[in-house]
Design a protein around this ligand. Sequence first.
Ligand code: DGT
Ligand code: CA
Ligand code: CA
Ligand code: ZN
Length: 585
Amino acid sequence: MQNISNHVCAGLLREIGEYLAMQNVPFKPRAYEKAADAIDGLEEELAVIYKTGGIKALEEIQGVGVSIAEKIEEFLKTGRIAYYEGLKKKAPVDLSELAKVEGLGPKSIKRLYEKLGVKSLADLEKAADAGKIAALEGFGEKSEEKILKGISFAKSSGGRFTLGFVMPEIRGVEERLRKLRGVEKIVVAGSVRRRKETVGDADMLVISKNAKPIMDFFVAMPDVAAVIAHGATKSSVKLSSGINVDLRVVSEESYGAALNYFTGSKEHNVALRVIAAQKGWKLNEYGLFAGHRGLQRGQTRTGKWIAGKTEEELYKKFGMDYIEPELRENTGELEAARNHTLPKLIGYGDLVGDLQIQTDWTDGSDSIETMAKKAMAHGLRYIAITDHTKRLAMTHGLDETRLLKQMAEIDRLNKKFAGKIKILKGSECDILKDGSLDLSDAALAKLDVVGVAVHSFFNMPRKDQTERIKRAMANPNADILFHPTGRIINRRPAYDIDIDALITAAKRTGTIMEIDAFPDRLDLKDDHIRKCVEAGVKMAIDSDAHASAHIAYLEYGIAQARRGWATREDIVNARSVTEMLRQLK
Ligand code: DGT
Ligand code: CA
Ligand code: CA
Ligand code: ZN
């Protein structure tokens, strides 16, 4: 079976619908669109649904009939849909690219092709720039403006990868380069080093006296799909995964300045340069210089060289404490560094527990025992098993009876693992439409850790959605609000909620807010975390693992917590199990 995400499958079905709409086929386009929407809203992976229930289970998905279920099956099995490929071959335009432009539907794409020969995004931009779209009947100036705006959004949001997708690839490249002769130092900079939740491209720096063989090796790596640039000091490639990587050679004496420059963010760099200028200095990727007049780009020793060998030294010259890369977004870190009030961020080795883990009792793929063993391998001292509850029928969610059975199994395993790891009894209890919980209070009261989460009715009005979640948080059994905003990166925006009101409610009710570490969730976001820190609301960093390999995702949750200025004290599962349990309701 192919490893295909729901998002990719939904995208393909949507495209089928668009091709059909271009051919003026009635009804069918809407059916494909509906099925795609339903799949996008699924909590469960299609592959899992199919694996457990076959094509019949696919047909049970809202809006998915026999014919669409067959196509999903074909896609899951072979990674292709012949029907889609046939439609694509017949159509002359790049629909997947053009349909990304907001407000541009299949019908208008068809007209733009027939009247103006628009086949691609580039054609579209050219036509709009030339004012040709405004002149077209049924379009006008307003829609041309809208199209131009849509093009720039499609350009800016497209092509960003989640950190969790990029990180393993880039670490692989880094390791291969590190082994080469002549590499004195190799380091990843840019948004990857800042651990941003999504990454445009990866930026790497290497110190070497003989860079040519390194550049030659870099552009010839087996997973390079295209060489964008191949030079003596800078090369750029596109990996077969789609990620672009820049590699630059820097000199040892300006290593700190270069690392600082290429780590960014751009906003942080600009602000630091302004501070330098106020002192009569100049800062660039070669170093920090006094008496900047006459200094040319590329000259390293003109002007009086002040600092640049290490980043620590650089910040010190500014009278600042060292600023961790995760903080470099120009959101107050420079002032705090100067006032010596930067927080001591939670460390990458500080977690001792994981409070959200799904198993094969519901939609996870591994047993409780396998998850526990893997958690031990990661150095964790405790985990909470938090399977879904009955309302999520698709996941085979637990009712009160099965929950009791699971608790007995956990008791058995705890005897087996005594002294090694503690398995806590928990739940990812569904928040129902009215804010009540999916399991009885009596059942929840028996558990060690209760997470509550929204998995349905994403489109409620802001006030209602906020009230609904607040009601769930007020339940004396609800310990943690799981993935509080529900956003899924590159797929689904957060549900409309008043996050400040939820943080206030968390404070009042003693509910813990989760930082869900799953790479396409990373929910809470950095600015929400900062608000929790300021409000004194405790958080938990959880993997949301649905397979034992996912426990490694905790790293991305820690990164997110650091980007939100969180310290070890802010995170409950950085504490021993006894201390952690004491912080629950
Ligand atoms: P990304 O790739 O979009 O995820 O974000 P970054 O931050 O990696 O940005 P990128 O790859 O364009 O550039 C890498 C770093 O180089 C960036 O973080 C800061 C620095 N940089 C790039 N352009 C400028 C600029 O125009 N001015 C300044 N001061 N720094 C820049
Ligand atoms: Ca970058
Ligand atoms: Ca770059
Ligand atoms: Zn799940």
